[in-house]
Ligand binder design. Sequence first.
Ligand SMILES: Cc1cc2nc3c(=O)[nH]c(=O)nc-3n(C[C@H](O)[C@H](O)[C@H](O)COP(=O)(O)OP(=O)(O)OC[C@H]3O[C@@H](n4cnc5c(N)ncnc54)[C@H](O)[C@@H]3O)c2cc1C
Length: 409
Amino acid sequence: MALLSRRFLARGPRHRIVIIGGNFAGLAAARALSTREHHVILLDQHPQAEWLPNIHELLSRRKTAAELQASRQALLQAWGHDFRLAEVAAIERQQQRLITTENERIDYDLLLLATGSRAHDHGIPGVVEHALHPRSVAQCMRINNALTRLAALPSGRDVVIVGGGLEGLEMLGEILQRFGREGRLNLHLVEQEEKLFARFPGLHERLLTQMRGQVQVHTGRRITAVQADSVQLDNGRELPSRLTIWSAGRRSQVLASNSGLARDNADIAVHASLQSQLDARIFAAGDAAALPFALDKQAHYAQTMGTHAAANMQGLLQGQTLRDFRPLHKPSLLAFGDRDGIMFFERQAVASPALIALKEGIYQYGIQGWQPRGRGLLRLAGQLQRGMSELDLWKLLLNSRDSTVFVQG
Ligand SMILES: Cc1cc2nc3c(=O)[nH]c(=O)nc-3n(C[C@H](O)[C@H](O)[C@H](O)COP(=O)(O)OP(=O)(O)OC[C@H]3O[C@@H](n4cnc5c(N)ncnc54)[C@H](O)[C@@H]3O)c2cc1C
């Protein structure tokens, strides 16, 4: 069994709060927990936190990997907590103990699961073996390399993107930004609904216009199998595909169901306080949590859930009544490469290229929170200026005369 760090052991008999997962929810929780009152230890299987809402920009090369990552070790150290690079294999709830894949055992008084989610293959043969899932910087870099290789080939440059939701369209938009003008790739988009964002009449047609005939869109079609160089559609048609990008949904991590906290790969059922419905010593936040009410799986909700879980865990240890999590609803933003931006909020969607700049601004502001030394106004202004200079702001503003509001049908 590996030993805990000397600094960690020297902290005395304070309660030990362990967090599994160090991205939006886990980092927000760690940041909110007091070092005076608690031993906080955060575990993640990867050393770098990743700003997932902008990872599609790796495909157009508008962002580098380093611009989307932050060192978990540096952040946790700056906040006075311990970081452990480890994958948790099991939770022994009776013993209040975790076991890592390296067979290290770590005891906890309270545990927060902020383990996020993973790609859903829907049991379709060949997805795991042959498709790439753009859910991490490493996977997007693989996609990027594959696109570069394909674009250089004399023929057989077919790319299939599966899933016409937010994530799939953001990937497609960046690919169009980089390769659209030269027409070096044969791009296909497959979506099972009859129209893209069907609940907003007219939005499908706007997106098709923005694709400028450079994408073959197959709506109302499901994929039934993925092979190394093709995909099979449910009407029997086979599309050639040298690269299949799978953006067709998410599901929970196996750790929750293996530990008896969730059934059949579902998310962890929590009360509105974010405390597990099955174990009072365990909380869940972010994508991993299934709340008693519907809530989109979004980074900003994950962050506020993490902060809320931290407050309730501290409250529980002090014998206080737990408070319910009440999300402040925020819009979600889709950047379709350098061609369009769409903001969804409740029953409306607004499309305008100017929204691409808003998404960049949110990223620049948000990623400052992952700087170990806090937010310097000057540094923030400098970053923002640099990020914006990557965008053709004049073009965005001029095209923004073409803004439209779509109302849910
Ligand atoms: C391509 C893409 C685009 C997106 N775009 C947007 C957007 O525009 N706006 C928006 O708000 N949201 C967006 N999202 C959703 C957003 O990224 C998620 O809601 C958010 O990342 C959830 O945060 P989280 O902390 O709950 O989980 P995650 O960010 O998934 O982090 C979970 C962490 O847990 C770790 N972990 C998991 N299991 C274990 C284990 N057993 N042991 C150790 N560590 C473990 C993982 O390594 C990971 O670091 C997007 C997501 C993707 C994939």
